[in-house]
Design a protein around this ligand. Structure first.
Ligand SMILES: [Zn+2]
Ligand SMILES: [Zn+2]
Length: 401
């Protein structure tokens, strides 16, 4: 490579997307302004991020709490052997930025169920899942519907794959598609133990890099359509059998008794930082809006402490459920496994009301609900936004329904 070519690189940048712009409906500016949250940076997530970077998507949040292992290398285009031991989300973000240097991308090395603030769902234009378990899908699905954002699910096994697109508020959701067997498998998983769930969640499904690139490719094509406002297969699924090339579209029906169609509206934007705002202060805000009997609710249970049924020892221990393991549950006095005390509702009579919300295990940039009987008000802890979104486009426009 000589100097001449290096000097020409700004010109090359300008024309980076020139082939796309030959497509009649293509709007590169739209893509460079768009915000996508990718949940999962494994086999599917790698392919999704690769595609989004090549397409010139401007803002991406990538969420994954796992670290890279040797067995990931056969299915992950963005990882190298020397990356083993590093966080998947961090490495994937770096490599995606190599592919498209103007990409603004933020890795979040957290549990997507318990430690991902609702604010990210309000921030994103759409959510793409590269997930390997039903529990995470269910949580992502509920939060996407709460924020009114479309989400694109992908699932792979051996040579087969499935794509599902869910578009709130009217269409069917992931929970609507769940069969009796799906629920049984989910319950079996939940029944094991509240602690150490992450180990159980890391499913060891056999997959190949070929099917992950097929399904991630289709997921990203659907993302392109949604970002451009072109009709996608919202509310439907695409089933691909890679062995005999059977492939077909399934149409999902919205179940009337489905619990996942709640929306977090009306939403009040609070210029409060969860590191500073105390539970008592949050309650005061809710009481002034909803009346003296208002209580607070959070979207996921947090751990408040452990009680030992053997020796009666009680310990306060505040954390999200992702932050606790079986080890934490061992009684320091008698060595028995203690019962975790968990909660997702606060009334003001707790002995920890003077703690800030973050200390209780509530993630940053989250939404807290205030409730008094039928009256309900949602609060976005917007004071966390600039700190947590860093270089990403951070302006927030929330449509109230
Ligand atoms: Zn549903
Ligand atoms: Zn004990």
């Amino acid at each position: 490579m000589d100097q001449e070519i290096i000097k020409l690189s700004p010109y090359a940048e300008e024309h980076r997307f020139s082939r796309f712009e030959l497509i009649r409906w293509w709007d590169q500016n739209k893509l460079s302004r768009s915000r996508v949250m990718v949940i999962g940076a494994g086999a599917l997530g790698n392919e999704i991020l690769k595609n989004l970077a090549l397409l010139g998507i401007g803002n991406i949040v990538v969420v994954d709490m796992d670290r890279i292992e040797n067995s990931n290398l056969s299915r992950s285009v963005l990882f190298r052997e020397s990356d083993c031991g590093r966080y998947k989300a961090e490495v994937a973000a770096e490599r995606a930025r190599d592919l498209y240097p103007k990409l603004k991308i933020k890795p979040l090395c957290v549990n997507a169920i318990t430690d991902l603030g609702m604010g990210f769902f309000f921030w994103a234009d759409l959510i793409i899942g590269g997930l390997d378990n039903r529990e995470a899908r269910l949580a992502i699905n509920r939060n996407s519907f709460r924020a009114g954002k479309p989400w694109i699910d992908g699932a792979i096994e051996v040579l087969n794959g499935t794509l599902r697109v869910f578009q709130p508020p009217d269409g069917p959701c992931y929970e609507c598609t769940m069969s009796e067997i799906d629920w049984q498998m989910l319950q079996a998983r939940r029944a094991c133990s509240l602690l150490n769930r992450d180990e159980m969640l890391s499913g060891k499904t056999p997959t190949t890099p070929t099917i992950s690139s097929v399904i991630a490719g289709i997921q990203c094509q659907e993302a392109l359509k949604i970002l451009h406002g072109i009709e996608s297969i919202g509310g439907k699924g695409y089933i691909f059998n890679g062995r005999n090339f059977d492939n077909y579209i399934v149409e999902f029906k919205r179940k009337t008794e489905c619990y996942s169609h709640e929306t977090f509206s009306p939403l009040k934007i609070l210029d409060c930082n969860s590191n500073e705002l105390k539970l008592s202060e949050m309650l005061k805000i809710a009481k002034s809006d909803l009346g003296e009997d208002a209580a607070l609710e959070i979207k996921e249970d947090v751990l408040l402490g452990f009680n030992c049924t053997e020796c009666g020892e009680k310990e306060q221990f505040f954390s999200s459920l992702a932050g606790v393991t079986e080890k934490n549950a061992i009684c320091k006095k008698c060595g028995k496994i203690r019962i975790p005390e968990i909660s997702h509702a606060f009334y003001g009579n707790e002995n920890f009301v003077e703690l800030p919300l973050r200390k209780l295990g509530i993630p940053p940039f989250d939404v807290i609900s205030g409730r008094n009987g039928e009256k309900i008000q949602y609060y976005l802890l917007d004071g966390d936004r600039l700190e947590i979104l860093e270089s990403l486009d951070s302006e927030l426009t929330i449509e109230q329904r």
